[in-house]
Design a protein around this ligand. Structure first.
Ligand SMILES: Cc1ncc(COP(=O)(O)O)c(C=O)c1O
Length: 438
């Protein structure tokens, strides 16, 4: 019988193969000064190949929602993989259809929602852009400057952060507006100035007719920037008044992460026309979806739109298990409680470290923003790097985010527990002390 291929775990061998065979575009995204190799994950913890334990405050890039190697997800995946690994969407299989029904059940009542599964968030973002343009017949689209929506051409065009935009002609008709960032936004704190900015942009940069606007209720890579009260509602009114749709990107903020709703938009008194989900839906298995009002999706009638692995039954089995675990383990309430406690500890730390300009968070979507001084709010990019490197030595996995990479972003698995909070706070304090930043 054919044996499963052997895996060579030697550090030098892993790095040599990566250097030799990975394209630059896949190789270059290395956050630490020296590489970190992970071998195992369980719940909210990770172990490297030497057996060193870490608390995964990054949730493997927000993908691990219910915990690494959750037994229910693993079993669902194994069972489906043994039966049938793939069923292309031109044939029928019950698992994706069940998941579509279960996702629709999470959406506000009174609307006729349908689901299109894709492989990745960016593919789903591209589809949302296409749906908005085709169904409205309009082209112009608004997005926020610190938004991140993915790497495909459409998603990259919607993304404002320069580091993710390549030097090529990106898609036309996309206009970026100022982020309503309450800590360092160009118009200061408040909501109205940022709504006025939308009005000005519609009048001054578009043809006056919109296809839509895309918003993350809490920006992820942008640095955990929460939309202020009234912003999403005001934006939706303005966009709809010009014929456009509200597209909500819940790729990072969805699936109970913010604690106060299953979807982050629920706290804002708006209902999307189109919503994009990915990452946490699969707990590490590749899966994403567009959830859209039926009448909007009907505009695609007569054309094919096909993602080979969209609605893959193994990934959809993971998705179904995730929804059940989120519900039965009450992880939304857990996110609210544990996130609240951790943010409290981080605010205490802010009292002792001048470089901590801001601590913010909603549920288990949190951030520390580091500045050179609190008055000028000059981004503390180097200081962030030093704390980030030290945090690894203290057993934390974090992310450097924001346009200046001066935000420590925390988006752990939603099973992070109250028992973890003190240890994380101590490790964080030790990291600031070791980094020698004031
Ligand atoms: C908010 C948001 N939207 C979309 C995407 C794109 O998802 P993917 O990387 O699965 O294509 C990401 C990825 O990080 C994201 O954070």
């Amino acid at each position: 019988m054919v044996q499963i291929p052997e895996t060579d775990w030697a550090t030098d061998a892993i790095l040599a193969r990566r250097e030799t065979y990975y394209a630059q575009s896949q190789r270059s995204f290395m956050p630490y000064e020296t590489p970190l190799i992970f071998k195992r994950g369980q719940g909210q913890y990770l172990w490297d190949e030497q057996g060193t334990k870490y608390t995964d405050l990054l949730g493997m890039n927000v993908c691990i929602s219910v915990g690494h190697a959750h037994p229910v997800v693993t079993e669902a995946v194994c069972r489906q993989a043994q039966d049938l690994a793939h069923c292309t969407t031109m044939f029928c299989h019950p698992t994706p259809a069940h998941l579509a029904e279960e996702l629709v059940a999470t959406m506000p009542e009174g609307h006729d929602w349908v689901v299109h599964f894709t492989n990745s968030g960016a593919e789903a973002i591209d589809l949302s852009l296409l749906l908005a343009r085709v169904s409205t017949g309009n082209i112009d689209f608004l997005a926020l400057r610190s938004g991140y929506h993915g790497a495909t051409f459409g998603a990259q065009s919607l993304t404002g952060i320069a580091g993710f935009r390549h030097n090529v002609p990106l898609m036309g008709g996309i206009h970026h507006v100022a982020d309503p960032n309450q800590y360092r936004g160009v118009f200061g704190a408040g909501t109205q100035p940022y709504l006025d900015e939308i009005d000005r942009t519609i009048t001054g940069s578009t043809c006056g007719k919109l296809a839509g606007m895309i918003i993350e209720p809490v920006q992820g890579y942008g640095g955990i920037i929460e939309m202020p009260e009234g912003y999403m509602k005001g934006a939706a009114e303005r966009v709809r008044a010009h014929g456009g749709l509200l597209v909500i990107d819940e790729v990072q903020s969805g699936f109970a992460r913010t604690g106060d709703g299953f979807w982050a938009f629920e706290a804002h008194g708006v209902v999307p026309d189109i919503m994009v989900v990915a990452k946490g839906i699969g707990n590490g298995y590749p899966l994403a979806a567009v959830i859209v009002r039926r009448e909007i999706s009907e505009a695609m009638d007569g054309k094919f739109y096909f993602n080979t692995y969209g609605a893959n039954p193994v990934s959809c089995a993971a998705g179904r298990a995730v929804l059940k675990v989120l519900r039965e383990e009450k992880l939304q309430a857990n996110a609210s409680k544990v996130g609240g406690a951790l943010v409290g500890k981080l605010r205490d730390l802010q009292q002792r470290y001048e470089v901590i300009g801001d601590v913010r968070g909603r549920g288990l979507m949190m951030a520390i923003e580091i500045v050179k001084d609190r008055n000028s709010k000059t981004p503390g990019t180097e200081e962030t790097m030093q704390v980030f490197e030290a945090s690894r030595r203290h057993g934390l996995v974090l992310s450097k985010s924001g346009a200046h990479r001066s935000v420590l972003r925390m988006v752990p698995p939603l099973c992070l527990s109250m028992d973890d909070v003190d240890g994380i706070a101590k490790a964080m304090e030790a990291s600031f002390a070791e980094a020698g930043v004031g």
